[in-house]
Design a protein around this ligand. Structure first.
Ligand SMILES: N[C@@H](CCC(=O)N[C@@H](CS)C(=O)NCC(=O)O)C(=O)O
Length: 121
């Protein structure tokens, strides 16, 4: 009987800012090789990945982390899980923090503004 433990699988969409946040955390924390990265880089690959995830999730969302039979779909929860396990606090990682406080924050603000504009249009 095999005792090999499967690595967690991180499903990401190439252009997704939430996915980049998790990847940046893993990279800067030196944890990238503790996961198997599955990335969709085209609409066709995304369709296939979605079909793979759909049976396991109420709503497909990226990033998704598969841990054995369970799935996590919140980027902050995924980061917190790795931070707890490794002791590598996100607040101590300057590049990660620069992304979260800079481009990521701006993207979220633009996304919200866009949603409001669509609502009132
Ligand atoms: N709360 C989630 C939000 C993630 C999110 O909105 N991801 C987008 C991609 S950037 C998504 O999955 N959208 C739905 C879709 O692609 O079907 C998180 O922080 O992980």
């Amino acid at each position: 009987m095999s005792t090999r433990t499967e690595k967690p699988v991180l499903f990401v969409k190439h252009e997704c800012p939430f996915c980049l946040k998790v990847r940046l955390y893993l990279l800067e924390a030196g944890l990238l090789d503790t996961v198997t990265l599955r990335e969709s880089r085209s609409p066709e690959e995304e369709k296939a990945m979605r079909a793979e995830l759909e049976p396991h999730l109420d709503k497909v969302s990226y990033p998704t982390l598969r841990l054995g039979d369970s799935y996590m779909t919140e980027s902050d929860d995924i980061i917190a899980r790795f931070a707890k396990e490794s002791g590598s606090a996100p607040a101590q990682l300057p590049t990660f923090q620069a992304y979260v406080d800079g481009p990521f924050k701006q993207l979220l603000a633009l996304y919200k503004e866009n949603a409001e504009l669509k609502k009132s249009a």
